[in-house]
Design a protein around this ligand. Structure first.
Ligand code: FEO
Length: 405
């Protein structure tokens, strides 16, 4: 890739992965993604993060071009050890022999367990609040533990008002553009929310604390915010937009919206989903019906992020629920969505455990369950369609009451 000078002597030297669809191994990235790394040319040439190992060759070329001659890396800052960001760290160390490799306290632990031959590397742990000089510039470190791994940190260069924010404020977005202000805002907003819902959501309390702490740091004045994935936020207004969006996502304030997630065998549960939808819609609720056969669990979570209610349906299968429903419930539980109303429904042929199992999952996530759930034997009848419709109405009324409280 060609490097891009994003500020005087500060270069994006990352990689664009146009074909990425399986992001981090569990989430979809329909637009591809980028692995952002940044090189600052000062007395000490400093590299912030690397890229996924598959892109090593092009990465080395970008570094050489940015250095404008004989490439050199004096300092290496490792903001995050996940392999899509530290995947070329060993190659960089072998080739350039940096004088220092800076990382957070938890970063060192991760580094040692990812790079088993690193015992002679010049690793220097930088606690939160520490700063180093790289020449005319300083780099300040802010630990962002659990955002989204224990080792993450943000690096800030006050002289340029630029922050390298690691996982925070990123989006999966492969493009020739490098800045957020160059692309369609609605699509970008959706990608930002998608990334938050699938990567950052469980750490929302950490996000809120970080945003409060950042607001209280008098010396922190960010005019360019560079995440490790996607496009760069350029200018004070753009940075504010990113920070405000994160606050909004982290607060998990529900919209007048419900998500119905289901799987079906012979379409009975599917028909129930549509009748429930009618009840919700008649209460003025915007509804997304998402079959798990047609929607990946990460697409479901994108919609769940701002939904007030989650309704889950499955037929009974071998005394359990269908595997894709179990998958989405397991995935959802790990992401710890807060502040949700919920309901369960399903169909059965003989034993009928589906609703009980789904109910246990939903209440295990701390959701406010609306009863009675609806369970239908074989095929819905006029009466059971009505019961589904009533369940939708009841959930809709509960949403309206909650939003107007
Ligand atoms: Fe792509 Fe936690 O990083």
């Amino acid at each position: 890739m060609k490097p891009v000078e994003i500020k005087k002597d500060i270069f994006w030297v990352g990689a664009v992965d146009w074909n990425s669809r399986d992001f981090h191994g569990y989430s979809l990235s329909p637009r591809g993604t980028t692995y952002n790394a940044f090189l600052v040319k000062d007395e000490k040439i400093t590299l912030f993060d690397t890229v996924k190992a598959d892109f090593l060759n092009e990465f080395l070329c970008s570094i050489a071009q940015a250095c404008g001659g004989t490439p050199r890396i004096d300092y290496m800052v490792v903001n995050h050890l996940e392999p899509d960001h530290a995947g070329c760290l060993d190659a960089i160390v072998e080739r350039f022999h940096p004088e220092k490799i800076y990382c957070s306290p938890m970063g060192e632990k991760a580094l040692r367990s990812y790079f088993h031959d690193s015992k002679d590397w010049p690793v220097e742990v930088v606690p939160s609040g520490a700063s180093i000089s790289i020449g005319k510039r300083t780099v300040q470190f802010i630990e962002t533990r659990m955002l989204h791994w224990p080792d993450n940190m943000i690096s800030y260069i006050p002289e340029d008002k630029i922050a390298f924010s690691s996982d925070a404020f990123g989006q999966n977005w492969a493009s020739t553009e490098r800045f957020c202000d160059e692309v369609d805002r609605a699509a970008l907003r959706s990608a930002l929310a998608d990334y938050y819902a699938n990567i950052v959501l469980p750490y929302s309390p950490v996000v809120l604390k970080l945003l409060d702490a950042m607001a209280g740091m008098k010396d922190l004045d960010i005019e360019m915010l560079c995440p490790d994935h996607g496009l760069i936020w350029r200018g004070a207004d753009e940075v504010k937009y990113a920070l405000d969006s994160y606050r909004e996502f982290a607060l998990q304030k529900p919209a007048k919206k419900a998500v119905i997630v289901y799987d079906t065998m012979w379409h009975s549960t599917e028909k129930m989903a549509r009748a429930i939808c009618d009840g919700l819609a008649d209460e003025g609720i915007s509804v997304r019906i998402m079959s798990v056969k047609h929607n990946h669990h990460s697409a479901v979570m994108r919609e769940v992020l701002d939904a007030a209610a989650v309704l889950v349906g499955s037929p009974t299968h071998n005394n359990g629920i269908l595997p894709l429903v179990a998958d989405v419930l397991t995935y959802m539980k790990g992401l710890r969505p807060q502040n949700k109303i919920a309901a369960a429904f399903g169909s059965f042929g003989w034993s009928g455990e589906c609703v009980k199992i789904i109910t246990e999952h939903l209440s295990g996530m701390g959701m406010e369950l609306i009863e009675p759930s609806v369970k239908v034997k074989n095929l819905p009848s006029h009466e059971t369609y009505q019961a589904c419709y009533e369940l939708g109405k009841k959930v809709g009324a509960a949403i309206n009451a909650k939003l107007s409280a």
